[in-house]
Design a protein around this ligand. Structure first.
Ligand code: AMP
Length: 342
């Protein structure tokens, strides 16, 4: 029986492994050698596999070691930004959750399809630069943490932004960019957990991101802002806690339920475990979803000792990392481990 929980040393690994330890599991970290000096400080990490690059997890000798130790891998954002969907699916070690839905997170077209199937309200997708007729945000494919995004209100602005990315060797073709209506309001990230063992959807917490340099622009007086030459960027530096107006919770749970059901229809076995709906509350308090993450998000790092919402469901400081370990524990005791692994 698998009794070790492992993950890549980045993103939310401390929270995941601390939570696993608190639930009685042994823990394993796969980390790049250059980061080891950080992780060696924490006594809840039992095993360490040192690698030159996270991509080494594709090597069969690493996978054999993980299987010999009977490890369950917890996927997170670093796995998605480091490996392609084909590479992730090729890894021959059990993953917690549905590894096949990670492809739907990484591919913008599949992502849009799942969001629409979930009846989420989404920003208008702009199919061509000539159709840009309002403020738009131009994005790169994949989990780039908001790096390289730019805003534009017309085709010229798009071309200018594209050429800058081209010169910086970030993209090679316009088709690598995705244009979306810029939704005006406040960005909010909703953290959910779905348990196929209990059948419950749990709203575990909410955060907003602290992004550089867009979140610093308001600190520059407007007369100087006009002279700032660079396009604002959305590079995530950290996360800020938030609570919602209680009357918004009804809509939050409805969106979570719709997303779980749509995932089960489109990508069996659906979405066991954590996921995040990412969007903007508009001035009429409507939630427009611009993204989802089909796995644990780093915003949950805020709530290592539980969140305002997890405290209503669990009494013992339930982080998302710990919730994952608890689900594995419950699945093992009910002999339903296959329901939460792929
Ligand atoms: P993402 O990497 O897609 O999560 O987006 C990074 C940041 O860009 C978000 O935190 C938001 O601040 C912003 N953003 C993304 N999409 C939109 C949108 N359609 N409208 C407004 N802001 C957006």
């Amino acid at each position: 029986m698998r009794k070790i929980i492992g993950t890549l040393g980045s993103h939310c690994s401390l929270q995941v492994l601390k939570g696993a330890k608190d639930e009685g599991f042994k823990t394993l970290l796969i980390t790049e050698k250059k980061r080891y000096h950080v992780y060696k400080r924490f006594n809840f990490i039992d095993h360490v596999i040192l690698v030159d690059s996270f991509r080494d997890v594709l090597q069969s000798d690493i996978q054999n070691r993980l299987n010999k130790l009977e490890c369950i891998l917890i996927p997170h954002g670093t796995l998605i930004s480091t490996l392609s969907s084909d590479e992730i699916e090729s890894i021959n070690v059990p993953f917690f959750g549905n590894k096949f839905i990670l492809r739907w997170e990484a591919d913008r077209n599949l992502k849009q399809k799942l969001m629409l199937e979930s009846k989420l309200q989404v920003p208008r997708a702009i199919n061509s630069k000539s159709e840009i007729d309002e403020l738009c945000i131009v994005k790169l494919h994949g989990a780039a943490g908001g790096k390289g995004y730019f805003l534009t209100s017309d085709q010229n602005g798009f071309e200018e932004g594209f050429h800058k990315l081209l010169n910086d060797n970030v993209v090679t073709d316009e088709n690598e960019l995705y244009i979306q209506e810029y939704v005006k309001g406040v960005p909010v990230f909703l953290h959910f957990f779905y348990s196929p063992i209990s059948g419950d959807i749990e709203f575990m917490g909410v955060d907003r991101r602290y992004e550089s340099d867009i979140d610093g622009i308001s600190r520059i007086p407007s007369k100087h802002q006009l002279n700032v030459p660079t396009e604002p960027t959305y590079n995530v530096i950290g996360n800020i806690p938030l609570v919602l107006r209680e009357s918004l919770l009804e809509g939050v749970y409805q969106m979570g339920e719709n997303f779980v059901q749509a995932s089960e229809r489109l990508v069996p076995p659906g979405i066991p475990g954590p996921f995040c709906l990412e969007g903007v509350y508009t001035k009429d308090a409507k939630f427009i979803t611009f993204e989802f993450s089909a796995r644990i998000v780093a915003g949950t790092n805020l709530y290592v000792s539980g969140s305002q919402y997890s405290e209503f469901l669990f009494q013992n400081g339930m982080s998302m990392g710990r919730r994952i370990a608890l689900e594995i524990k419950n699945a093992i005791s009910k002999r339903k481990l296959d329901r939460v692994l792929t």
